[in-house]
Design a protein around this ligand. Structure first.
Ligand code: PLP
Length: 478
């Protein structure tokens, strides 16, 4: 330790180089690690001291413990055979930008507190807007994740209710004492309900609309529910549409939902957390048809655009409503620039904000839009390849249409008859697939069927890995 201040620049340089070497080797050798940690709950805690060290420990000792304590407890999201959940894989330029962001350690609460962060964020959000083909009247801001983006969208929807006094009087603010109701499909992400809980709308304030045979929201059911609720004294205020549901990547019919929202004067928030990145391909842009009329919209570049977690890109046509919802400026935060520049603290829950836009700036410039398109296009090709194998197989069947990078399937061996037995069989099959630690797949339930998912959107996943997972699945079926 140099003195009582920080690590010396010389020491920082030495260990910085060492750590970068470590990370480069980690990426190079990623396939040598099991994708799933082979440990039990509590194992990592046992290796850690119960109390903090009183005295200086060397970086050498700290680094050694990464291999000894941390690595055995890692599920490797960067692994090419991680095909679970929705991937989020880190890219080199994203990791370097993250390092720089930590070094700058700015707080982008107001323009003055970090002009470069505020302005780079606005420009990066506009780059993303152009990349996914949203109109110019969409303004964007970065939040930490999809759940935060949806929370902000629904908070805006609440603030947009005509004549409400929620801001001042809280949830008793509607003058007629009506209760708010929001609509989502049965397959929408749990973050919608979580936002409703947080915002005081409550679980009963969320009405789930049934889905069709492709797991998409049925617009006529939505319309029926709204009519019924109005008759029964509810106050409908918001619809959340999903482009790419988490279970099966179903795409709600946004153009039809837009029509209903307009007729009924409801806010439309669109959750395109994972799928949104695919819209940078001209041939895939149709998945966002209708979203240009959404009131708020988001997708997560940390999912399928290889930005290290976290970056969620939130867009709205009504930044003034966002400001009306969240701005509450304390005297000590007022600056002489307030009329000329946006202060990001006014556009969300967070006051302190990290320099997240650096990650987008590094990444989009390093790969270029065409480079990113090429990677995502290859993922879609590989997904179609697996779909064709499923179609040829007589022991594996598709459970949902393949819209993006996810294949939902189950095994249907001849000797297994009833639905209950099939569910048992597939549950055991998934355990067997993941047992070796070489692959990681997860499941969902669709129409009461235990469904296994293969997700192909990892940066390092190639045809070789996809072939290997297919062979492995078939071998495990026996
Ligand atoms: C992943 C996901 C979310 C949640 O995003 P976080 O960033 O993890 O909060 C919400 N909706 C959908 C459709 C998702 O796939």
């Amino acid at each position: 330790m140099s003195n009582n201040v920080d690590m010396s620049p010389e020491e920082f340089r030495k260990y910085g180089y060492e750590l970068i070497d470590w990370i480069a080797d980690y990426f190079k050798n990623i396939e040598k690690f099991p994708v799933l940690a082979k440990i039990n709950p509590g194992d990592i805690k046992l290796k850690l001291p119960k109390s903090p060290p009183s005295n200086h420990e060397s970086m050498k000792e700290i680094f050694a413990d990464i291999d000894k304590i941390i690595m055995p407890g890692m599920t490797h999201w960067n692994h090419p055979k991680f095909m679970a959940y929705f991937n989020s894989t880190a890219s080199g330029p994203g990791v370097l930008a993250e390092l720089l962001s930590a070094a700058f350690n700015i707080n982008g609460m107001v323009w003055k507190s970090s002009p470069a962060s505020t302005e780079l964020e606005e420009v990066m959000m506009d780059w993303l807007r152009q990349m996914i083909g949203l109109p110019e009247n969409f303004w964007g801001i970065i939040y930490d994740g999809g759940s935060a983006s949806t929370l902000h969208g629904i908070a805006m929807a609440k603030e947009a209710v005509k004549g409400n006094q929620f801001r001042v009087k809280g949830m008793m603010g509607d003058k007629n004492g009506k209760k708010l109701r929001l609509y989502q499909s049965e397959h929408a992400h749990s973050s919608v309900e979580k936002a409703a809980l947080t915002l005081g709308i409550g679980v009963e304030g969320v009405r789930k609309i049934s889905v069709d045979y492709e797991f998409k929201m049925i617009p006529t059911e939505l319309k029926k529910a709204i009519d019924e609720d109005r008759k029964n004294g509810w106050l409908p205020f918001c619809v959340v549409g999903t482009v790419g549901t988490t279970s099966s990547t179903a795409i709600d019919p946004i153009p039809e939902i837009v029509k209903i929202c307009k007729e009924e004067n409801l806010w439309l928030h669109v959750d395109a957390a994972h799928a949104g990145s695919a819209a940078i391909l001209p041939e895939m842009r149709y998945i966002l048809n209708g979203c240009e009329e959404a009131d708020s919209f988001y997708f997560n570049p940390h999912k399928w655009m290889f930005v290290p977690i976290d970056v969620s890109a939130f867009f709205t046509r009504h930044p003034e409503i966002l400001k009306k919802t969240f701005s509450l400026t304390a005297e000590y935060l007022k600056t002489e620039h307030d009329t000329k520049a946006k202060n990001h603290m006014d556009y969300g829950l967070q006051l302190g904000r990290r320099f997240r836009s650096l990650k987008l700036w590094f990444l989009i410039r390093y790969f270029g839009v065409e480079g990113l398109q090429k990677i995502i296009r290859e993922h879609l090709r590989l997904t179609k390849l697996v779909e064709s194998w499923v179609n040829e197989s007589d022991i594996i069947e598709l459970i949902a249409p393949v819209n993006l990078s996810t294949i939902c399937f189950r095994a249907v061996p001849k000797h297994v008859q009833s639905e209950a037995e099939l569910n048992n069989f597939n549950e055991r099959l998934l355990e067997k697939i993941n047992e070796s630690g070489e692959f990681f797949l997860t499941h969902t339930k669709l129409n009461h069927k235990f469904t296994i998912r293969i997700v192909i959107s990892g940066l390092r996943t190639t045809e070789k890995h996809v072939k290997e997972v297919w062979e492995h699945v078939n071998k495990c079926i026996g």
